[in-house]
Design a protein around this ligand. Structure first.
Ligand code: F6R
Length: 237
C-alpha cells in the first residue's frame, strides 16, 4: 500500500488525474472504474480539462461505476447516473455503450447485480479503479460487516452514511435507504486501485487503515489484501 500525502485538494486531484491520464495513454482501450461523491469532483474537472486540451481521449475506453442509489431514476438529479454525466460523461468522448453504472431500478435488481459482475469480467476486468472512503470505512457502498467475498449486491445504508450524504440532498429523509454496489471481491479484482481521501472528517478512518488490521467491520481494510493500492490524501478540503 503506497501512501501519498498532498498539500491540498487541488494537488490531490491533479495527482490522481495523472494516473488516469497515463492509463489512457498506455492503453486507449483501458477499463476505468469510477466513484462518485464530493471527493472525486476535482479529478473529473482535471480529466475534462485534459480532454479539452486534446491530451487524452476516452473514445476506446470503458468504464464501470461503483454504485447507485436504489429507487432513484437516472433523470433524478441526486442519482449517481446524473452525477456522472454532469461531472464527466457529458463533457468527454466516451461511447455511451461503454459506460456502465449499476441500475438502481428495483424491478430488475437481482438480474442486474449478477449481470454487472459478468459485464466487468467480459471487459477483461478493471485496469484502474477509483475509490473514496466513508467515515465508517465503507468503500463503494459496502458498509461495515460486508463479507469480503461479496460481488455486486444490494445494501442497506447505515445512518451515518445517510447523514454524511445528506449534503447532496434537500434533507436526510430524501437520502435513499438502500443502494446497489460493487462488492469487496469485485473491487479487489481491479488491477490497480487508487483511494482518494480528503478532509478532517476522514482522519479516524485513515488512522484505522494505517494500523494494518484487516476486518470485515472496516471494509476499506480489505485493501491490505491487494498488491497495487495507492492512497492519495490531504487533510485539507
Ligand atoms: C461513491 C462511493 C462512496 C464514497 C464515499 C465518500 O461512489 O463509492 O464510497 O466514495 O462515501 O464520499 P465523499 O467523497 O462524498 O466523502
Amino acid at each position: 500500500m503506497k501512501w501519498i500525502k498532498t498539500q491540498n485538494y487541488g494537488e490531490m486531484s491533479r495527482l490522481v488525474a495523472q494516473l488516469f491520464i497515463k492509463q489512457l495513454k498506455d492503453n486507449r482501450n483501458t477499463v476505468l472504474g469510477f466513484a462518485t461523491g464530493s471527493t472525486p469532483i476535482g479529478l473529473y474537472e482535471e480529466l475534462v480539462k485534459n480532454y479539452n486540451e486534446n491530451i487524452i481521449s476516452f473514445s476506446g475506453a470503458l468504464s464501470f461505476n461503483l454504485d447507485e442509489y436504489i429507487g432513484l431514476a437516472r433523470s433524478n438529479e441526486f442519482s449517481y447516473y446524473y452525477y456522472m454525466y454532469k461531472h464527466l460523461f457529458s463533457h468527454i468522448d466516451m461511447k455511451e455503450s461503454n459506460i456502465h453504472i449499476p441500475s438502481g431500478d428495483l424491478s430488475f435488481i437481482e438480474r442486474s447485480s449478477a449481470a454487472y459482475k459478468q459485464l466487468i469480467e467480459v471487459a477483461g476486468g478493471i485496469d484502474i479503479l477509483l475509490l473514496g472512503i466513508g467515515i465508517n470505512g465503507h468503500i463503494g457502498f459496502n458498509e461495515p460487516g460486508t463479507c469480503f467475498n461479496s460481488n455486486t449486491h444490494v445494501v442497506e445504508l447505515e445512518t451515518s452514511t445517510r447523514k454524511a450524504n445528506k449534503i447532496h440532498f434537500d434533507n436526510q429523509e430524501n437520502v435513499p435507504t438502500h443502494a446497489i454496489t460493487m462488492g469487496i471481491a469485485s473491487i479487489l479484482k481491479a488491477k490497480k486501485i487508487v483511494l482518494l481521501v480528503s478532509g478532517q472528517s476522514k482522519q479516524a478512518a485513515i488512522d484505522f487503515l494505517r494500523t494494518g488490521e484487516v476486518t470485515e467491520q472496516f471494509p476499506a481494510s480489505a485493501l491490505h489484501l491487494h498488491e497495487d493500492v495507492t492512497i492519495i490524501y490531504t487533510d485539507v478540503k
